[in-house]
Design a protein around this ligand. Sequence first.
Ligand SMILES: Cc1ncc(COP(=O)(O)O)c(C=O)c1O
Length: 494
Amino acid sequence: MIQQSLYFVVHRQSEASGTFYVFVGLLLLFIQQLTVFMQADLQLFQQIAEQLIAAEENQPVTPIVPPEQLYQQLDLALNDEPADSEGYEKALTDLILNTPKTTSKAFFNQLFGGRNGKAVVGELLSVLLNNSMYTYKVAGPMVGVEKVIINKIKSLLGYPSTAEGTLAAGGSMTNFMGMLMARDRFDAEIRQKGVQQTLIAYTSKEAHYSVPKNAAFIGVGRQNVRYIESNEKGEMLVSDLVAQIEKDLIAGYSPFFVNATAGTTVLGAFDPIDAIADVCQLYGLWLHVDGAYCGSVMFSDKYKHLIKGAHRADSFSLNAHKMLSTPLSCSIILSKEKKHLYDSFSNDASYLYQADGDELNTGKISFQCGRRNDALKFWTLWKAIGTKGLTQMVEHEFALAEHGRQYVLKHPDYEVYSHENSIAVCFNYKGIDAKKLCTLLYEKGKLVVGYGSFRGTTFIRLVTVNAGNEQVDIDNFFKTLEDFVQEYWEELFT
Ligand SMILES: Cc1ncc(COP(=O)(O)O)c(C=O)c1O
C-alpha cells in the first residue's frame, strides 16, 4: 500500500487533477499508518498474552503485594504527556503480570475459571468490531448470532416458540430482569405510578444476594423478601414456601414472585423447580429460575433432571461464563412469553430505532441502551465444539467434583458438607478454621480458594467450574493443601 500511496503523490501531481491525487495519496498513507499502528498494538498484545500464559504455568498464583506497595511499584499514573512506547509497554506488561490469575490451575475461588481459546477469539473479535447490540442497523448479523443462541436454549429448556431472550451484563442483572417482569405482570400500573402495595418475593435462604438487592431496586424493598428454609442439602423446602405465602395472604400482602435457584452459590444445590412451579401455579406467582451458576445442566441428559420443571418457569437465567467456560460476562435471560420482555423493557427512542422491526432491534427487550456483544464469544465456542462439546464440559465438571468429594469422603481428616450432584466440594480439614486456612493459602501464594457457610458452619468451597482441569489438578489441590497445613501448622493454630 505504501508504494501505491507514493505513486499517487509522486507521479500524479503533474496531472490536471493533481491536487485530488495528492489528497488520495496522503489519505492512503494515513490509512497505511493506522494499519501499522494497529499492527504494533496487536504485536504488543500477542507479546503480553504470551508472557501471561507462560506466567500462569510458572507461577499460577500471582504473589500477593499489599495494595499501597503495588500501586507504588506499578506505573499507574495518568499524565498530561503521552508515555513513550518503551514506558507504555513496560507499564502495561507489569500491570498485566501483577494481576490475579483467574485462569490458572490454582484458582478455585469463584464460580468461573479457566480459559477457552475458541471463546477468547470470539471475545477479541467482538471488541475489534465494537458493535452495540441494540439495532440490526449497527449489529447486523450479530443479532442473528444472539437469536441462534436464544433459540437453542429455548429448545433445550422446552420453552414454547413464544419465548424470547436476551443477554445482559451478569447474573445479577438477568435476575433483576426476571423480577421486574414479574412485578409488571402483577400490576402493569406500577410502571407509571410506582409500587402502591406491599409486594412479597420468596427465595431460599441459600439464594444469591442479588435477590434482595433487586427487590430494593424495583421498589419492593429488602424487608419484603421472605427467606424460605432449606433442607440439609440446601434445597428450598416447598412446605415452608406454602406456609409463608399463606401467612402473607392472611396479612393482606401481595405475593408476586418466587426465585428458585439452580445451583446455589455456596453448596451448588438445586431447588425443586417442579414442585415450586406447582405452588406458583396455585397462587398465580411468577416463577424465575436463577440458573446463573448451574442452569447449564440443561446441556446434559445426565444432569438435566436437576432442573426438572424448568419449562414451567416464567423466566430462566444462566451464565455461560460460569459452567460453560465463556469469558466474563455472558449472561442470558429467557422469558417464556416475549410480551413480558417488551412490556418491561421497551422504550421508544426515535434517535435510535430508525430502521427494521422490533424483532431485529434487540434494544427493545434490553435493560441497557448501548450493549456490548457478549453473544459472539459463546457462539464461537459453541460453533467450534458443538452442543456435544458443551455437554461434555458440564459432565466433566460434575465428574471432577465427584472425584474431589470421594477423595474427602475417604480421608478421615476431612469433614464433608456438600452432596452429590453439585460442582462444589465443601469440606474442612483437620478441624482447621476455613477462613484462616484460605487466607494463609492465598497470602503464601499457594492456592486461591474461598470459604462459605451453611447453617452456621464455615467450610472451604472447592469449585470444579474450570472445565480445563483434570482429575490430577484436583488431586494436586488436595496435595498442596495437605503439604501446606503440615508446613504452616503452627501459624494456623496461633
Ligand atoms: C446463584 C447465583 N446467581 C447469580 C449470581 C450472580 O451472577 P453474576 O456474578 O454474573 O452477577 C451468582 C454469582 O455467583 C450466583 O452464584
